[in-house]
Design a protein around this ligand. Structure first.
Ligand SMILES: C[S@@+](CC[C@H](N)C(=O)[O-])C[C@H]1O[C@@H](n2cnc3c(N)ncnc32)[C@H](O)[C@@H]1O
Length: 228
């Protein structure tokens, strides 16, 4: 099986940005950005220092990341996204207009606006208590399988940074990706994986992508893996 390429995502910028979005990127994002130099000690990026460190890969519009950060002040959440319009969406929900430079920001939320795998590689072993991968880009063509985040090579990197007993949540509505997750999980022993469920478990805030999938009649599956 081929190793994953350096780029896992399709496009990093969609339609043209409005003035407010430019301001959010220039003024608010630096206030919230996870500093790369703290990768060796991620809890130090939060104030106050949280009891746990969580990470979300590909937060999209940020609905899930914001809901988790609000519901769990005990956890510091690093929310990763490469898509600029997604970054703007999270930032615009956080700060009111004209307060981009001054609005109070949650002390337990930090944004990584680059490939999540780069950060994962820089983190120390066994530092994360929870990882979220919700509706990853499916890359349904077989020749693109190496771009899928769930991949034997990435699985080893994720296993390295999760603490024993830590949870990895995965959701997907794409039948090809669902079958792929089952196949990849069957071939590894770093994670204990119960069969997926077809109803979103309690404590999993919905995402925009999920709402679209349900409206289109697709059936998401939800996995909760445990690091052995
Ligand atoms: C299909 S969307 C789902 C977004 C969101 N989780 C939801 O459920 O609404 C997948 C997102 O993952 C992001 N993404 C893909 N690969 C990534 C990576 N390696 N690091 C960070 N973000 C990534 C994409 O930019 C995209 O916004």
């Amino acid at each position: 099986m081929k190793a994953p390429p350096e780029r896992l995502y399709g496009r990093a910028r969609g339609h043209r940005l409005r003035a407010r979005q430019e301001l959010l990127l220039q003024v608010t994002l630096p206030r919230l950005r996870f500093p790369a130099e703290l990768a060796a000690n991620p809890l130090a990026a939060f104030a106050p220092r949280p009891a746990e460190c969580w990470l979300e890969v590909g937060f999209g519009g940020g609905e899930h990341a914001l809901a988790q950060a609000a519901a769990h002040p005990e956890a510091g959440l690093i929310a990763c996204e490469v898509f600029v319009n997604g970054l703007c969406s999270l930032l615009s929900r956080l700060v009111p207009e004209v307060a981009e430079a001054t609005a109070a920001l949650p002390g337990n939320l930090r944004v990584w606006d680059a490939d999540a795998r780069t950060l994962i590689r820089a983190l120390p072993p066994a530092c994360l208590d929870r990882l979220f991968l919700l509706f990853p880009d499916p890359w349904p063509k077989a020749r693109h399988a190496k771009r899928r985040f769930v991949h034997p090579a990435t699985l080893a990197e994720v296993a390295r940074v999760l603490k024993p007993g830590a949870e990895w949540r995965i959701a997907s509505d794409d039948p090809t990706y669902q079958a792929w997750v089952v196949e990849v999980l069957a071939a590894q022993d770093a994670f204990a994986a119960a069969p997926p469920v077809a109803r979103r478990p309690a404590g999993w805030p919905p995402t925009r992508y999920e709402v679209k999938a349900l409206a289109a009649g697709r059936t998401p599956l939800y996995w909760s893996l445990r690091r052995r």
